[in-house]
Design a protein around this ligand. Structure first.
Ligand code: MG
Length: 305
């Protein structure tokens, strides 16, 4: 058993992933809904979204939080591409963008099949440069975290944007609300969180997993990887050993590559997203409702920009 009040240990393996004496630190409070953390080691800062407040914030160790971009077009999830550039999902303009080194913004995707995207939510980049993003309807449900509008897509997909052609292809569907995405360290698996129970309580609260083809252009073998027992899964990340860390109502849940719940990091607010960062990539940054939290772990994130 752990005496650390921030941990709930479900499997002995969890002890090897966490620092027994570490504390959950609240780094900032004052968001309406914090999301989309992304770490920039070269700049020594973390960016994250405060979606309803129309801003992207920047946290610096010892320097606090400042505004990186406002208005943000209700930006939500972020990642970095293979060149280290910021890639963002924007609810407001229903698009995925890339911020160039000089600060200009390039639109990567805003439509599929001649129709507007719903409201891109979260995004990851594969080693082949392809950009994968989820497209649930949260940003067009009301004027709270986007602009109320009708859905034009036939389904709420996970899309793949080809690095060379720029073509946007639907890769997976059948979700109520596809949300957080992650690849396994070898990129042979794609994980997709379905957060549909946020508005439909009887809906599944699970993370699905797919096998990715050798050429990285299709996915098969759709199955349930794990079910969240408190709240819903939103943002997810995979560590270097292939364990999956998921947001949930009571904190961050950690699952083995086989889908066994290893343990939880308990957080006092509903968690929306997380990312590994810091100079050693062993610090888990957690966006949870009004606040940004962090806690050190003994593992590191799998995804490398
Ligand atoms: Mg999300």
């Amino acid at each position: 058993m752990s005496d650390n009040p921030f941990y709930e240990i479900h499997d002995p393996r969890f002890r090897d992933l966490v620092v027994s004496s570490a504390a959950l630190e609240e780094l900032y409070s004052g968001c309406r809904w914090a999301e989309g953390p992304v770490w920039f080691d070269d700049a020594g800062h973390l960016l994250f979204s405060d979606i309803p407040n129309q801003r992207i914030l920047r946290w610096v160790e010892g320097g606090g939080v400042s505004v990186f971009r406002s208005p943000s077009n209700f930006a939500n999830g972020h990642t970095r591409d293979r060149q280290g550039r910021l890639v963002s999902c924007e609810h407001g303009l229903r698009r995925v963008t890339r911020t160039e080194v000089d600060g200009t913004v390039t639109v990567l995707a805003d439509s599929h099949d001649g129709k507007k995207l719903n409201s891109p939510n979260d995004v990851i980049v594969r080693s082949d440069g392809s950009v994968w993003f989820s497209d649930p309807s949260y940003g067009i449900l009301s004027d709270y975290e986007g602009y109320k509008a009708e859905e034009e897509q036939t389904s709420r997909h996970v899309f793949r944007l080809d690095a060379k052609s720029g073509q946007v292809t639907a890769m997976a569907d059948g979700f109520l609300q596809p949300n957080g995405l992650a690849f396994s360290p070898d990129e042979r698996r794609l994980y997709v969180a379905d957060s549909g129970a946020s508005h439909v309580p009887e809906a599944p609260r699970h993370i699905r997993v797919f096998d990715v083809s050798d050429d990285g252009q299709s996915v098969t073998n759709d199955r349930v990887f794990a079910t969240i027992d408190k709240g819903i899964p939103d943002g997810i990340r995979v560590d270097m050993a292939g364990n999956l860390w998921s947001s949930a109502a009571d904190g961050v849940h950690c699952f083995s590559p086989e889908g066994t719940l290893l343990g939880k990091i308990l957080v006092p607010q509903v968690v929306a997203n997380l990312t590994f960062g810091g100079p050693r990539r062993n610090r888990l940054f957690i966006t949870a409702t009004t606040s940004l939290y962090a806690i050190y772990t003994t593992t590191t994130g799998a995804q490398r920009p």
